[in-house]
Design a binder for this molecule. Sequence first.
Ligand code: GYE
Length: 307
Amino acid sequence: AATWATPAWSQAAGKKLVIGFAQTGAESEWRTANTDSVKAAAQAAGYELKFSDAQQKQENQIKAIRSFIAQKVDVIILAPLVTTGWDTVLKEAKAAKIPVILESRNVVVKDPSTWTTFVGSDFVEEGRRAAQWLLGHTKNTTGTVNIVELQGTVGSDPAIERKKGFEEVLKAHPRYKIIRSQTADFTRAKGKEVMEAFLKAEGKKINVLYAHNDDMAIGAIQAIEEAGLKPAKDILVIGVDAVKGAFEAMIAGKMNVSVECNPLLGPQLMEAAAKAAAGQQLPRWIKSIEGVFPAEVAAKEFPNRKY
Ligand code: GYE
């Protein structure tokens, strides 16, 4: 892990913080980069990090939060697998006077005062950027553009919002049609499985794949090749995250674009934790800065990538 000088903000709490981190799991390259970033930043700040991997199960995250409350941690960081089902346990954290910081995904709860801030991306904007790239890339074509969509984890903030943003842009362009849409849970294995089913059902009718993350796109690329088709040529391949695997696929000519979603949230999270523990005011949303990486720039950009 990176070794940094103890950052100035880490003194804000005036003591060695104990932080409980309820992570979703290790479902994607993005997620493991996110975990590494949080662990490295906690180490750099000299904070104790109690880490829980929920293996993609909400009930495990809820159990972890209750355990952090029982251990009287100073701050809880939660990467909520899905948007709903958090009201009771977040009320318990509030009753225990433990601030909760959301990272990488947001929640929908009746009492928003039960969480302090959300550190993460604008997923609707990421969906818009995916559609805007597609419109630009196909502006000199005519006729129907048939799209298949691999959705992220059902009920998760990024899956709901990346779908929303993509459809919002395309609704003004009726020749672009989403002919199949199904979850592949943000994983490579499921991405391949569901794309095989799409290809069996629709075959050569498919012009575009929109995957809510690169891991599902990479799994789907294998299915496209096994069906004897050329990914990025016979079927345009659009992913989100801009992880290493996407750059490798773009450099190999098998993927067209990845919309960046920055997982390196560790430093922002530790700074927010120190301020929350010190009772300082925090913005409700600490938004990630991110761009779009088409295949044309992949080789040049790849050496600069940090995840
Ligand atoms: O896009 C995906 C991961 O919550 C933004 O979760 C994150 C998403 C990311 O599994 O790869």
